[in-house]
Design a protein around this ligand. Structure first.
Ligand SMILES: *Cc1c(COP(=O)(O)O)cnc(C)c1O
Length: 367
């Protein structure tokens, strides 16, 4: 039986093998591995691609959230509002800043943070909002930005899944005060290991991030803040430079395959992925929803089709975050999402024939 994996990165690598190897060779020949030419060039190229004045490379997406909050002066004794329907690194990044994550529910249509619930969660401890563009589908940013303005809150977009996604024609990563990107290998722009970046139009935030990622160093051996070691290394930056010119094409391929799924699944008792009128998703994931999720997953597994759940457990029901003080029933939309989502295979190198095969297997389950 042939297997359709949830994600497979070798085909993409083979298509750009010469570029990736050339990038790695460049770093090896130069013999400079941390904070050098490749990182600086990638930061410029990535900022230009996103459409911000600055990008600062850091160690991961989680670190991008952490350091973006620190750069904005957010820390212990303060609250950061985010959504219960996200993956743990969002709240791990918030927690690393010393601030407390405060959760609100998702909107039933978009499964991203419900803008109407944010104002009620604001107190005089609240300093920031971290909207998560989950699955590559942008949050409804205008009402979120309006609440932020009204309460003088910093907005840090979690763009870990949103490379190239558009909100009303504007790129995710340009909408808040700062934005956190991940280059984890499975993301729409993935490194050969961990990596991340923060984008911003604010020069002071950018300077602060450059210090924070490098032990708080201002000039050599002069440390003006207590910082961290969280840098995007030269090898990863060089590889990301080789991949960046391909991301728009890969996103187009993803969107084409997502559209094919949409047509092939029409009429079945499944909810297709969120698709708000303001959104151009980057099709990072293809999460469908059904009450019979677990049985569907087992059926597909038996047919050699790998799927994943994004995510099976909302943040407030994770043991690690019990101390936030929420309990089952607090966020019904997030809980219902976690009980019903199933992500079908979707990546640029997936063939249209494989998409047809997956959709046919889903159809067999329901008929
Ligand atoms: C992947 C991801 C992160 C974390 O990125 P890492 O690079 O793995 O630290 C944060 N938020 C979301 C929504 C993600 O998907």
């Amino acid at each position: 039986m042939s297997v359709i994996p949830f994600l497979e990165l070798q085909t993409q690598y083979r298509a750009i093998e010469a570029e990736v190897r050339g990038a790695i060779d460049r770093v090896l020949e130069r013999g400079w591995y941390v904070l050098g030419e490749e990182g600086a060039s990638f930061e410029g190229e990535f900022a230009a691609w996103v459409g911000t004045a600055h990008a600062v490379g850091v160690g991961s997406g989680t670190e991008a959230i952490h350091l973006a909050l620190r750069a904005a002066g957010v820390g212990p004794g303060e609250d950061v509002i985010t959504v219960a329907n996200t993956c743990v690194p969002t709240v791990a990044g918030i927690g690393a800043s010393g601030a407390r994550p405060v959760l609100v529910d998702a909107h039933p249509e978009t499964l991203t943070i419900d803008p109407d619930l944010i104002a009620a969660a604001v107190t005089d401890r609240t300093r920031a909002i971290v909207p998560v563009h989950l699955y590559g589908h942008p949050c409804d940013m205008d009402p979120i930005l309006a609440v932020a303005r009204a309460h003088k809150l910093v907005v840090v977009e979690d763009c870990a899944q949103a490379h190239g996604a558009l909100y009303k024609g504007r790129a995710c990563g340009t909408l808040g005060d700062l934005a956190a990107f991940s280059f984890y290998p499975s993301k729409n722009l993935g490194a050969l290991g961990d990596g991340g970046a923060v984008t911003t139009n604010d020069a002071a935030f950018s300077e602060s991030l450059r210090r924070l990622r490098n032990y708080g160093e201002e000039t050599r051996y002069h440390h003006t803040v207590q910082g961290f070691n969280s840098r995007l290394d030269e090898m990863q930056a060089a590889v990301l430079r080789a991949k960046l010119p391909h991301v728009d094409g890969w996103n187009a391929a993803r969107r084409g395959l997502a559209a094919q799924y949409g047509e092939a699944l029409e009429g079945l008792p499944v909810q297709l992925p969120p698709c708000a009128p303001w959104a151009l998703s980057n099709a990072h994931l293809y999460p469908i929803r059904t009450a019979r999720r677990d049985a569907l997953q087992a059926h597909l597994q038996a047919a050699g089709i790998q799927t994943l759940m994004h995510y099976p457990i909302p943040i407030h029901l994770q043991p690690a975050y019990a101390s936030l003080g929420f309990c089952a029933g607090d966020f019904p939309v997030s809980e219902a999402a976690c009980a019903s989502v199933l992500s079908l295979p979707l990546y640029p190198a997936l063939s249209p024939a494989a998409v047809s095969e997956v959709a046919a297997a889903v159809r067999r389950f329901f008929t």
